[in-house]
Design a protein around this ligand. Structure first.
Ligand SMILES: [Zn+2]
Length: 167
């Protein structure tokens, strides 16, 4: 025990109890956590916290509360960036419209071409059967490949959207 401690102790009173009373410690606690106390006050509250479990719990609770509040503030900040939010929404909308037009156009084109090919080529008795079978096979393979590539592009597109959300 150093001399200062002894004087504080005697100032509070006899009995060898806590240096500060709990009510006094609780009043000083917020200032202590925020680092706004005078060195002498810091010493007094640290002496009290060293011997008083309830006040130490209170201190830890305050510190945790401060950390949580800070984390929440840090997380909220990107949400407040309206420019980024609009850009993301606009980009997503743009892509949705793009994909919709692309799909609709492809379906129309494929439908029209398919119908014509069916009538003028595959159902045409003038074209030799072997040629129709060969063309059918090649066309079928092409469609399978297209679907496969399309699915890969779509998966990648979805993953990109996921990344945007995560950011
Ligand atoms: Zn206490």
């Amino acid at each position: 025990m150093n001399a200062e401690n002894e004087t504080t102790r005697s100032a509070v009173g006899a009995g060898g109890g806590p240096v500060l009373r709990c009510e006094e410690a609780r009043i000083l606690l917020m200032g202590y956590i925020d680092g706004e106390l005078q060195p002498a006050e810091v010493r007094r509250i640290e002496d009290h916290l060293a011997v008083c479990v309830p006040c130490r719990r209170e201190e830890q609770g305050f510190r945790r509360l401060g950390e949580v509040t800070e984390e929440m503030l840090n997380e909220e900040l990107p949400m407040l960036d309206i420019d980024v939010a609009w850009e993301t929404i606009y980009r997503r909308l743009e892509r949705s419209v793009g994909w919709l037009l692309l799909s609709a156009g492809l379906i129309l084109l494929l439908g029209y071409t398919g119908w014509n090919m069916l009538n003028e080529f595959f159902l045409n008795p003038e074209v030799p059967l072997i040629v129709r079978l060969g063309a059918g096979g090649a066309l079928g393979g092409g469609i399978v490949l297209l679907v496969s590539i399309g699915r890969e592009v779509l998966t990648k597109h979805r993953r990109e959207r996921y990344r945007e959300v995560k950011r």
